[in-house]
Design a protein around this ligand. Sequence first.
Ligand SMILES: *[C@@H]1O[C@H](CO)[C@@H](O)[C@H](O)[C@H]1NC(C)=O
Ligand SMILES: *[C@@H]1O[C@H](CO)[C@@H](O)[C@H](O)[C@H]1NC(C)=O
Length: 141
Amino acid sequence: MKGIIIICTLLALANAGLRLDNLEQQEGSSCMQNPVFVVSSFDVQPWPPTSNINLAVNMTGTFNRDAYVNQLQVGTNYNRQQWHYQHYNVNENFSKGQTNSFTFSINSGQYGGSYVQQVTLSTQDHQQYQHLTCWQFNYQL
Ligand SMILES: *[C@@H]1O[C@H](CO)[C@@H](O)[C@H](O)[C@H]1NC(C)=O
Ligand SMILES: *[C@@H]1O[C@H](CO)[C@@H](O)[C@H](O)[C@H]1NC(C)=O
């Protein structure tokens, strides 16, 4: 009987651990009001980041209107110095209600300090440039 109780307790703890891991897969927060692309999950692996490794990012969400996505941009800020930007071409039309995952990888950074990574989707039509979403996450190395 005692053995069974201990096993049950261990299983409960194991389940709690799993749930905690899943929660931790949501990194960062929105940095824009009323985005067209509404992020439902944002995953960075491995988490927390260590120095000079590839971070696999998965930004999943849903478009709340038809939208053309020109590019995905990642802005990196190290120790509150200047921003550095990387651009990834998307060049794709999405329709209202469509769910999509944007997956890409970035380097975590080489030096000890604090990092801010800001991911945006943008559209550009008829010379008009507009952000469709903005998501930001922070970490220390
Ligand atoms: C990205 O995340 C979504 C939502 O959790 C998941 O369904 C999808 O399989 C993930 N894509 C990759 C390439 O990991
Ligand atoms: C996106 O849709 C617009 C308007 O319908 C069209 O002109 C354009 O060619 C499409 N772009 C792509 C990459 O499909």
